[in-house]
Design a protein. Sequence first.
Length: 564
Amino acid sequence: MAIRTWPRTASTRCVRSLEVIVAFSQVNNGNACSVQTPTGNTPPTVTIPAGTTYDIPKQTPFSLTAAGADANGDTLTYDWQQYNAGGTTGAASTVPNSDADGIARPLFRNYDPTTDPTRYFPSLQYIRTNANVPPSTTGGYLTGELMSAMTRSLTFQVVVRDNRANGGGINTATATVKVDGNSGPFNVTAPNTAVTWAGGSSQTVTWSVSNTTAAPVSAATVKISFSTDGGLTFPTTILGSTANDGTETVTIPNVTTSQARIKVEGEGKIFFDMSDVNFSVNAATSNLKAPFDYDGDDKTDLSVFRPGPGEWWYLKSSTGGNAAAAFGTSTDRIVPGDYTGDNKTDFAFWRPSTGQWFVLRSEDFSFYAYPFGSSTDTPVPADYDGDNKTDSAVFRPSTNTWYIQKSTGGTDIIGFGASGDKPAIADYDGDGKADIAIFRPASGQWWIRRSSDLTVVAYAFGSSTDRPVQGDFTGDGKADAAFFRPSTGEWYVLRSENLTFYAFAFGSTGDSPVPGDYDGDNKIDAAVFRPSTNTWYVNRTTAGVLIQAFGIAGDLATPNAYIP
């Protein structure tokens, strides 16, 4: 049953040899004069959770995984072995290095047991470095790691050992792998060279379907995963399920690595393939400034507007000191932003009664004013032209029209939205320009007009009472659709990388969401301002939770200025 292989490194016996030894020791002459001595050990158990019969395409890598348990708590090791008989005659040097001649000889050699319950066929070293093809025969012996080229049935047994001293135990489980000679090989075809991709970019992954959608393989969908260690592990799922049609556009994780690989596997199947060589990914640097950064240190500052006296107060994240300025009245709408392009947020307000904008320059605390908009408009300032300066803009709900006064010159007038929509402006496509976007409470939908190509995308994400808090929570240089749910104090973030979402609790009913980059790591932090106690709670991604009292009764947190 074993394969004559080279080099001869495995120190364990074939499982069939163990079975013969056990049988001989229990019956006939092997048990004639034995003395049984209890060991107090309970043998381990082993199962194959994913099932015991599989269909795979020919000449395609696959893996088998077992699950063991031990009542004594011993450390288990696993040994997957092919359990098919070979021929009984013929010199090893004359045996073909495959089964393409129609002889169903065993293909996979034995290895020493390991603590890993999964074995790859062929060995992972040949999948990673030899494009699934092991070295040729050596010294007249087969390497013994081959993929079947014909329709046949392969039988495998996994041996689990508890390695207990003075009386260890074993157990086995059996799996059948049926190779379909009419499908395969199933191969990743791109990326298959040492390319370099940008983190967060959209790229095309291709693979050869090779009739694997047809019975008996019947792989209608595939899973696509990403590795940063040269294919040893694939901890990142790019797409959990997509059509097995040979091509898919995916978003590459925003990481830096020179050992990236892509794996495509039949969803719910055991067969797969990965990129033949490593490729590189360079993490994208976020184009997004820290919002509400009044002191220019690239961190959001705790800051409030005090309507009674028309005062602005902020706590400098750079020094910890306070600063204040009187600018505005109780009926003005605060519209802070970097209007002058000096990397510091300017105090600014919009006066609904006159449609005028007032900006207090952070450089010298002089101010300027100009009219733009009318009394029923909603101010929506942002950097729409990508020059690192905040542009004055208004959204007119009566006509669902946007008016944008660009700092580079000219005014854009754009119709976008429907009755009841709430503005949700951010740079969703990562081109350094704010995108016109709305949250539609009636349907819980987001509608985004990308500035990079003027296409419109929409997502269903949220409900009517949720408050949009969009921002780059994942640090890939693109804003994520996100909302704060006042009824539960939960945050929900839709990742721009792959449109999966995550949620977490931070805050309570009555809190005002005040997201910002409070620790300067180019990721938006969840944060709330609690008016009842004038306390800030900031969940910093790199520095832990900050709890800081700042403000007095009636103050408005400026990072909440644009949250409807």
